[in-house]
Structures are given as structure tokens and as C-alpha cells.
Ligand binder design. Structure first.
Ligand code: C5P
Length: 251
């Protein structure tokens, strides 16, 4: 297996660091957000809600329009099933997709290898593959109820290391965990994609442990996932611009 490559997207350009989460309940709303942010935001996350609503052809079309799509479906199944789902994600032309690190090394390695082979054979760019360690909604009580005795930080470190050893390009994690992840994985090219971002004075919505865009970048996040602070703002373009300015300052 080849070592993970430096992410060519990971530059000092603020627009290469911001991923807007399209968590909406209609294709029309999604299209209108993408159009409103045209020329400013190029990376969008399609998660379970929009994917279940709009399907793979919608994702394929968005990717074909030149947007970089993070397909956030958090695959977790037997190695063969996840590897084959990964190939279908690559076929859609997405820029990134993710799996659960707790699916284990065989699942991650096989996905990385089969997706890489497919992309070489068909001459398409291999999507970045990131792994979810411990969901930010899972605290000590959830770990204990599923039989994990480690604390959250210990479990995040362990799964980040496993993801790196299994050829994943990075992890999706809270900004609070960046230090622990950088301690357990030495490669600077290992990506950390961070949701739970709220600008100063913004409402938290249902997020609990939030970080400002500037702090997340300063701590070493590569990409920030931002949803409602932009998509639910009265002026999404202004909201995105403010966040991009904050990222620029931190870079
Ligand atoms: O609207 P908001 O900025 O809170 O959206 C955050 C996005 O990041 C949502 O799509 C959510 O599903 C996702 N996410 C998260 N926490 C994680 C993983 C993903 O909030 N641990």
C-alpha cells in the first residue's frame, strides 16, 4: 500500500479550508445555497439527510459542476461491502468520503486498496478517505454502554492511529481532539476535518463543544465543516465571508 499523499488542497487559501454542510430538506434549498455561495465556497458536504432525499445522481451532478463534495455517509459494514460502496462513491466523482474507524483495519485497508485500484484502472482521481473516530455526540456514558473502557480521548487516539496505519487520509474529529490526534499520528499530511464550528457570538444550535473557526485552524485543523452558521444565516454569503476572513487571519 502506498503512503497517504499530501493533500494538494491543503493550502493557505481560506477557500480550500471551508466545507459547507448542506443539511437541508430539499434539492431546491441545497441548489439555492450553492448558487448563493458561488465563487466563494467550492467545498460542500452531503450527509445522510440530503443523500437519502436526493440520491446518488444529485451528488454526481454537483460534483460534475466543479464542486468538491465530501460524501459524509460514515460507512460501517463488513470489509467487502464498505470497499464496494467506496468504489461507488469514487464513481460519483466525490472529493472525499468517510468510514467509521471502529470498523477495523481490514475494512479500512481493503477500502483504500480497492478504491485506489479502481481509480487507477478507470483513470479517475481517488477520493480522500477519512475515518470517524468517536462521534462528538458520544461521551463517556455511550462508550461505557457499548463496552469500551477507554476514556474518549484515549479511544480517539487509538482509532486515529489505527486509521493512519490502515491507509486512511485523515479523520473527522472535534477541534478539542486535535492535540491528541497529532500526538498519536506523526504524519503532518494526516488530515483533520473538524465540525462543531461556531463563530464568536453565534448560536450553538445542538452543538455542545464548539470551537471558533480561527481557533480550530490555529490548533491544526485542515478543513472546517460549517453548516447552520452559514446555511441558516439571514445572509449566507456574508456569513461565509466572515468565516473565510477569520480563517485567513489564523493562517
Ligand atoms: O450546522 P452545523 O455547523 O452544526 O453542522 C455540522 C455538520 O457536521 C453536520 O452535518 C453534522 O452532521 C456534522 N458532524 C458533526 N459532528 C460530528 C461529525 C459530523 O456535527 N462529530
Amino acid at each position: 500500500m502506498t503512503a497517504p499523499k499530501m493533500n494538494p488542497e491543503n493550502t493557505a487559501r481560506p477557500a480550500d479550508r471551508l466545507i459547507v454542510a448542506l443539511d437541508v430538506d430539499s434539492v431546491e434549498k441545497s441548489n439555492s445555497i450553492v448558487a448563493e455561495l458561488d465563487g466563494m465556497v467550492t467545498m460542500f458536504k452531503v450527509g445522510l439527510q440530503l443523500y437519502t432525499l436526493a440520491g446518488p445522481r444529485f451528488v454526481e451532478k454537483l460534483a460534475a459542476s466543479g464542486k468538491k463534495i465530501f460524501l459524509d455517509l460514515k460507512f460501517h459494514d463488513i470489509p467487502n461491502t464498505v470497499a464496494k460502496a467506496g468504489i461507488e462513491a469514487a464513481r460519483l466523482g466525490v472529493w472525499m468520503f468517510n468510514v467509521h474507524a471502529s470498523g477495523g483495519s481490514e475494512m479500512m485497508q481493503r477500502t483504500r486498496d480497492e478504491v485506489s485500484d479502481f481509480c487507477i484502472k478507470t483513470d479517475v482521481a481517488r477520493p480522500l478517505i477519512t475515518a470517524v473516530t468517536v462521534l462528538t455526540s458520544s461521551g463517556p456514558a455511550v462508550l461505557s454502554e457499548i463496552g469500551v473502557s477507554a476514556n474518549v480521548e484515549g479511544q480517539v487516539e487509538k482509532l486515529a492511529q489505527l486509521a493512519s496505519e490502515s491507509g486512511m487520509d485523515g479523520v473527522v474529529a472535534s477541534a478539542k481532539e486535535i492535540g491528541a490526534i497529532r500526538r498519536s499520528v506523526a504524519a503532518p499530511s494526516f488530515l483533520i476535518v473538524t465540525p462543531g464550528i461556531r463563530p464568536e457570538n453565534a448560536t450553538y444550535d445542538d452543538q455542545k463543544r464548539v470551537t471558533t473557526p480561527g481557533t480550530a485552524i490555529s490548533k491544526g485543523a485542515d478543513h472546517l465543516v460549517v453548516g447552520r452558521p452559514i446555511t441558516a444565516a439571514s445572509n449566507p454569503r456574508d456569513a461565509a465571508e466572515n468565516i473565510l476572513n477569520e480563517i485567513a487571519k489564523a493562517l
